[in-house]
Ligand binder design. Sequence first.
Ligand SMILES: [Zn+2]
Length: 503
Amino acid sequence: MKRSISLAAYSLILGVFTVAAFHVPFFSHVISHLDSAGPGVAVVAFLALMLVALDFLFYYLLVFFARTAGRIVIAITLIANAISAYLFGTYQQLASVEMMGNILHSSATEVSGYLSAFLILFVLFLGVMPAVYAIKRKPERGSWRKLLLCTLLAVLVGFGSVLANVGQIPNARRHSTELGGLLLPWSYTVNSVRFLVAEHERHADAILLPDATITTDTEDVCVLIIGESARRDHFSLYGYERETNPCTSRDSVTALPAKASNTYTIACVKAMLEPWETEELYETLPDYLYRAGVDVEWRTSNWGEPPLHIDKRYDVKALAKMYPGEDARHDGILLAGLKEDILASPKPKQFIVLHTYANHGPMYFRSYPPEFEVFTPAGKTIDEYKADPRRLYNVYDNCMLYSDWIIHSVIEILKGMPSRRACLIYMSDHGESLGENKTYMHSTPLEIAPKEQLEIPFLVWTQNAGLTVKDLPEVGQHHIYHSVLRFFGVDSPVFDESLCVFE
Ligand SMILES: [Zn+2]
């Protein structure tokens, strides 16, 4: 550390380290998808050269223009690279928009779910120690002439490597999503920016829809339960051999096959609340109904919904305060005082959304009370899931049992008001991977998402509604919007019969 070092040597050491330490998955992906005719070793060598040139230039420019701040940025990216590499190695999870959302949203419970002794060691050796080197080692800045020379050289090497691999470009394009996701620190930087842009848009003003009119004067209550990471093939209502729906299977619910719009919470919850597939933010269903005079209430133990312009939005903290005697550790808190709330409503039409935590991994066991630990032994960590997948299925299915009980409990509450027209809709935001192709959890980019992350359940139950559920081969997430409008007898130009589950 004492001897002086040129900025070029410093950048080269870190560039080579970055490519060697964090790009093993990238290169193994390249090798397994090479066009068989190509000379594999040469392709990999030129790609490595290109990445080293890119990282070299990045480090050189950072430290040249911002000596201290630049080294701090490098240190942070080295630690972040190590975390990303670990997550990919362990869960096959790319540093996706959702992952960056979890981290940037600093959802401590979600992030802590990933902690393990191996992670700490991994990050210590591949992240923290190199980061200390990057900060402690103070390279000589060198002249502007040298900067020009090094930049030129890096650009030449980079372009030269691309040219040498030009034959692989169509192939690379086909696999660009996975390959891009494995490039560190670029993938998580891009996805962090994407998340922040999405967050900004999420809080933008929504585009208002044409006014809606309520055409009936009956007392109606509709409850929408948004599930989390619940995949369809683990519902016995859809044929799963294990009894995971002991309650709702006796509630005469209709179960329709459904497909998620995406693989992560923010995108899927937005899709469930918007009238059609769109990049824009249109007036959400709660806002639209609220403006039309419906009493709207949102209860959540999760996060990630679009901005709501309603007066009743309660998260777990608020609910725990309102109902101090209730256990606020699980989704059951969403039911506290619900019946009284419905009965006390000053309006004839009520729309209630329960956004549950449900099957949120990887520490699924945190989601349900001990009495729902029916399938045992239930795993607690990713190492246990990998060693014995049955432990993962057990713990995941216990979450299912608990969600089944939550849905059933809401139906019981509604049955307790037999004179009202009532409707319950349950839909999961997206599915979940449980180790298929070594993939865990969700948020795989949509282009390459496995079916387990997209095939979700859609349950509907009604009382006195005078509505029949269509026999549809598959429904999407926008079906919620139009089905709820139909249930409330809302007359609106946006209503689309083809996206309504009711006859
Ligand atoms: Zn989710």
